[in-house]
Design a binder for this molecule. Structure first.
Ligand code: NAD
Length: 243
């Protein structure tokens, strides 16, 4: 028996990086997975790789109509929703003094607001016993240059999990947060690789993490192994924020 046998899961931002790594894990554990991403070509490639247990629904999580289409696709499958991994999010480095109101609004919208309304849009489909996992970041609880908006958005997501755990607990729905540190999702980007390598040099495990190490943690929160865990934050950060 696999850990997600017969379960229906949604992963936003599932065509690349941590979302795709988690989709591989979920499919391997027997789940039927619905993936969203903005670009058709990467989404099609991800679905082709994952096989018949995966369905791609192209869409932007900041767009209410696209979230409505995601709802309709999962609803049409007819088994409700057991796991929601609200993973999609983006941020940019910007010095505090140079952050414009427009950039602030865009980054909050693409991260905190999008996560909030993704869960709200799919809420009617969540089955009793469902698991909701929100993607935060180690940056939500540690400061770093240029991450004032991103960090605030991710801290907001951590707070959202606490509140939803209380409200949705009455329906036996668990809500938790994963907070990765430096994870190697862009091996082709020399600047990102150098930034992460330098940042990881002084953390307890002295290395950058791999996407599958995040996927393993998400799987734990998604399945029955974590049945008495809700409202919590699981760091996958090599100890960066723990010491
Ligand atoms: P990535 O760029 O490798 O992949 C992002 C995925 O999200 C893609 O599938 C993209 O299409 C999708 N996406 C982005 N914005 C979207 C939107 N508005 N609507 C729909 N899909 C959207 O990114 P990643 O590194 O895997 O990051 C995924 C999540 O993990 C993000 O929320 C990020 O903040 C968080 N995170 C990443 C790291 C890291 O080191 N990589 C660390 C902490 C947190």
């Amino acid at each position: 028996m696999t850990k997600l046998d017969g379960k229906v899961a949604v992963i936003t931002g599932g065509s690349a990086g941590l979302g795709l790594a988690t989709a591989r894990r979920f499919v391997g554990e027997g789940a039927r997975v619905f993936l969203t991403a903005r670009g058709s070509a990467p989404l099609d490639a991800a679905v082709a790789e994952l096989g018949p247990a995966a369905t791609g629904v192209r869409g932007d999580v900041t767009d209410a109509d696209d979230l409505g289409r995601l709802y309709a696709a999962v609803d049409a499958y007819g088994q409700g929703l057991d796991v929601l991994f609200a993973n999609a999010g983006a941020g940019r480095f910007a010095p505090f003094g140079a952050t414009t109101p427009q950039a602030f609004d865009e980054d909050i919208a693409g991260t905190l607001r999008a996560t909030y309304f993704t869960v709200q849009a799919l809420l009617p489909l969540l089955n009793p016993g469902a698991s909701v996992i929100l993607m935060s970041s180690a940056a939500g609880s540690a400061g770093a240059p240029g991450l004032s908006v991103y960090g605030a958005a991710k801290a907001g997501i951590r707070s959202l999990a606490r509140n939803l755990a209380v409200e949705l607990g009455e329906r036996e729905i668990r809500v938790n947060v994963v907070s990765p540190g430096y994870i190697n999702t862009r091996p082709e980007d020399a600047d990102t690789v150098a930034y992460q390598k330098a940042g990881a040099a002084d953390i307890p495990l002295h290395r950058v993490g791999q996407p599958d190490e995040v996927a393993t943690a998400v799987l734990f929160l998604a399945c029955g192994d974590s049945s008495y865990i809700t409202g919590s934050e699981l760091f996958i950060d090599g100890g960066r924020n723990q010491v």
